[in-house]
Design a protein around this ligand. Structure first.
Ligand code: HEC
Length: 393
């Protein structure tokens, strides 16, 4: 930029002006572009100045109501993968100033580049399992959960350190939870044909492995930790979103094995309440508790609830590990910490689930509420939080 245009820019915007170049592009780059990329899962890309400026107001609104990922939850004193945390107040203020000033670009900017979405992000996998055709997605209807069983063959017994999923239709297959299948599932008609679930794999999973969503980093365990594939198959549950036209999809799952002899095993403990009823109309607070063995570190948490849940929180002692700002039943997954959290000995795990069965809640939508029972169907509720940990000595 020459001196005259620099001066002109200063006069127009002032020295402290918030521009796309100096403030907004880095935020979009860190927090939005992983999904808002051309060919990605979000409805439009946010890679160039023009694409963002055109929707500046809408972006501001989404950020202020904190209605966009990376996460609906906060990680207490840790940080979730992907890092960067939720939208901060400061970022919200910057975007607001930028919009008020007419969304200036500042210095000319180049488009934000990202890793191609259909590539293996942890490098070439040790094994690739392919499903030829995923499902016939109907034109219309509510989102639903579809599970697929994939034989492990000779990979049974290997130690998994990570996985990634590549789909050809990221807008349709919105997120996935991956688990080792329970004994006996492989070989059933259900397993051959695939089946729908009420949003939880608990009945068909032996051990959860992790989760995936387009726009999120691949699943990876901390260094020195792996999980044994102790079964004959894995089961993958996808959230499927019909988009107004009949579609089918294909996906591949890439497995990464550990060769470390001294790995420690990733283990789960589950805090849950299995018998409860939410009165109609009414609300309910449940506080399942748990414990971890001495010398443990927390790697990830996987909360499970449905349409009548308003918030989920988890503490160890008085340290918060996880809190939702709003419970979003269609935004499920395993929340993984960038660095495992040391677990204070004897601290104990304590959770709190809030449920609301009011006339305006969840599936009621103005209808007369009915009592909601604990259970596996989509119309039931769940109160469960799985905690992935490993021993540190
Ligand atoms: C993990 C993926 C993901 C990330 C990260 C993400 N978005 Fe989105 N965004 C979506 C999806 C998917 C939609 C479509 C709406 C839906 O299906 O929920 C969307 C929709 C939108 C919309 C349109 C909303 C409407 O009412 O039409 C805006 C604006 C938006 N996102 C802005 C942002 C901004 C700004 C960021 C970063 C702070 C961001 N998004 C981060 C996935 C994402």
């Amino acid at each position: 930029m020459d001196v005259t245009s620099l001066l002109a820019a200063l006069i127009v915007t002032g020295p402290q002006a918030v521009t796309f170049a100096n403030a907004i592009k880095p935020i979009i780059d860190r927090k939005c572009v992983s999904c808002h990329v051309s060919g990605g899962l979000a409805p439009f890309p946010l890679q160039t100045y023009a694409q963002v400026a055109k929707r500046a107001n809408l972006c501001l609104r989404m950020m202020l109501i904190r209605s966009m990922p990376p996460h609906y939850a906060t990680p207490g004193e840790g940080e979730f993968v992907p890092g960067g945390g939720p939208i901060s107040d400061e970022e919200g203020v910057q975007l607001q100033r930028w919009v008020q000033d007419g969304a200036p670009e500042g210095e000319p900017t180049t488009p934000i580049e990202t890793v191609p979405i259909k590539s293996w992000r942890l490098g070439p996998p040790d094994a690739v399992l392919t499903l030829p055709k995923f499902a016939d997605v109907p034109e219309e209807g509510r989102p639903y959960w579809q599970a697929t069983v994939i034989p492990l063959g000779s990979y049974s017994g290997r130690k998994l350190r990570g996985f990634d999923i590549v789909v050809d239709q990221p807008k349709v297959l919105r997120s996935a939870v991956v688990a080792v299948a329970r004994p006996g599932l492989l070989g059933t008609k259900r397993a051959r044909e695939g089946f729908q679930t009420g949003g939880s794999l608990d009945l068909d999973a032996k051990t959860y492995l992790g989760s995936w969503a387009p726009g999120y980093p691949a699943w990876e365990l901390p260094k020195g930790v792996s999980m044994t594939l102790s079964g004959d198959a894995i089961v993958v549950q996808f959230l499927v979103i019909p988009r107004g036209k009949a579609e089918s999809g294909e996906f591949k799952i890439g497995l990464y094995f550990s060769h470390g002899m001294s790995d420690t095993e990733g283990l789960w403990t589950t805090l849950s309440e299995e018998e409860f009823a939410i009165p109609a109309p009414g609300s309910l607070v449940l506080s399942p508790k748990g414990q971890l063995p001495p010398a443990s570190q927390v790697i990830a948490v996987y909360p499970e609830a449905r349409f009548f849940c308003t918030s989920v929180r988890l503490w160890s002692g008085d340290k918060e590990l996880f809190a939702t700002r709003k419970w979003e039943p269609y935004w499920q997954g395993v929340y993984r910490y960038s660095n495992p959290l040391a677990f204070p000995e004897g601290a104990g795990l304590r959770s709190e689930f809030n449920f609301d069965n009011d006339i305006h809640m969840g599936r009621n939508e103005g209808r007369r509420p009915r009592p909601i029972m604990a259970g596996y169907r989509e119309r039931d509720e769940l109160c469960r939080i799985h905690v992935l940990y490993s021993r540190t000595r």
